[in-house]
Design a protein around this ligand. Structure first.
Ligand code: C5P
Length: 417
């Protein structure tokens, strides 16, 4: 694939977030469809749970289509024999939104009941997972001391309420009890996620390279290396979660790229260089995590090489040096742009890495000894030493590539103007 092949996506601030959307039996249940759709467009993976009351107002098919996920309705339906669905759902949710929350569901939650799928999931939530509830009911039901006591009790346990509005209700009564506007509900979810995570890269354009380049020998063969792209993809995902606009320029990768990231595919070092130069013009941060081939075949064959092409049993490939992409970027960077390189070494880790900072004009380098246990290619873990321009360094212990990505970004943030 050439560098022109790109996947453009709209900014998705909820990319990678799992939301359990509980829908209770209120006439406002139909508005949950819009909430579900908007959360999905913002990148969230939404799992919808309809109570039996909700099922009287809205259908499962609507929410299955909008969330592109199976809809939960029954605590005794176990799609996987070896797992317990409501525990799985509770453990994978980053946030729970009950919208609309009926008087009945508030009462059941307040008394700690688990008599249906929604209440069972909520009771099984690990501590710290935010629960947002947007009540909707008749004004007398809302004002009833029993409901108000339930709201107060739930609020004291950390449930966050999105206040209902006042006006003419579906039942023709006038007063408080109308579900908050869909936009308000969605914006409360966004705000809650923003509070939970550091959005310190908001407004920044981060360009990350990842994976191995491939240098063709002939139409079916190429020279490449063992890089999986996992470290680069972890950096791109972490930057995206911290609010950045992220362009990932990827060679061959086995790691899955989460939504919300602009993916540019590049096969050869030359293609990657062109894509990097184009993206760097608007970049605040450039991170070169790709394993770029140092050499390309001088004259790749237009047809598949055959055994008789060898002379005396030897086939000689002439190699030419590839451009050093990050060194070129280092030369072109202007004040305010930060460039971070990687140094995968097998010996003399720190001196080699320090040399590269100078030679390539980097602001920071992340060095790792690829022979150390837990730090090699295609692993989910890494052992990184972060080295600054002044030679000072931070040796991180063995950790997941995702954690290491965040530690590198913590350091990058201190270099921003
Ligand atoms: O010189 P070495 O390959 O060890 O340097 C590694 C760093 O340089 C990494 O950040 C890698 O992405 C980058 N690099 C590059 N172009 C090359 C070779 C390496 O951008 N041709």
């Amino acid at each position: 694939m050439s560098a022109e092949h790109q996947t453009e996506t709209a900014p998705q601030p909820l990319a990678g977030k799992s939301i359990l959307l509980g829908v209770a039996g209120s006439i406002a249940a139909y508005r949950a469809a819009d909430v579900c759709s908007q959360l999905g467009k913002l990148g969230a993976r939404v799992t919808v749970c309809l109570t039996s009351g909700a099922l009287k107002f809205v259908g499962e098919a609507t929410f299955r289509a909008l969330s592109r996920n199976p809809v939960l309705t029954d605590v005794f339906v176990e799609p996987h024999q070896e797992r317990i669905a409501h525990i799985d759902v509770a453990q994978s949710a980053d946030l729970v939104l009950v919208s609309p929350a009926s008087a009945n569901v508030l009462a059941r939650l307040a008394s700690g009941m688990a008599d249906d799928m929604l209440t069972a999931c909520i009771l099984a939530l690990p501590p710290g997972i935010p629960i947002l509830a947007a009540p909707a009911m008749n004004t007398h039901m809302w004002n009833n001391p029993a409901t108000q006591a339930n709201v107060a009790l739930l609020a004291s346990r950390g449930v966050e309420f999105i206040d209902p509005g006042s006006g003419l209700l579906a039942c023709q009564d006038v007063g408080k009890g109308r579900l908050a506007e869909v936009e308000t509900i969605v914006s409360c979810v966004l705000t809650r996620f923003a509070q939970m995570q550091t959005m310190d890269l908001y407004g920044k354009h981060v360009v990350v390279t990842a994976g191995a380049t491939r240098e063709p020998i002939d139409p079916v063969r190429f020279l490449t290396n063992r890089s999986s792209g996992k470290m680069g993809v972890a950096l791109a995902a972490a930057a995206c979660a911290r609010g950045a606009q992220v362009t990932l320029i990827a060679g061959a990768i086995t790691a899955t790229v989460p939504p919300g990231i602009t993916l540019v595919s590049a096969e050869t070092a030359r293609e990657m260089e062109a894509a990097c130069n184009a993206a760097f013009a608007s970049a605040d941060i450039f991170i070169g995590a790709a394993a770029v081939a140092d050499y390309a075949v001088a004259n790749p064959s237009a047809v598949k090489l055959k055994k008789p092409d060898a002379i005396n049993g030897t086939l000689t490939l002439e190699l030419v040096q590839n451009p050093d992409i990050i060194a070129g970027i280092g030369k072109r960077k202007v004040a305010g742009q930060v460039v971070i390189g990687f140094a995968a070494e097998t010996d003399n880790l720190i001196p080699n890495a320090i040399q590269k900072i100078q030679k390539k004009n980097l602001d920071l380098i992340a060095a790792n000894d690829v022979t150390a246990a837990g730090a090699g290619f295609d692993l989910d873990t890494n052992i990184i030493t972060i080295i600054r321009r002044d030679g000072s360094s931070v040796a991180l212990p063995l950790m997941s590539k995702h954690q290491a990505a965040n530690r590198i970004l913590d350091e990058v943030v201190t270099l921003l103007p």
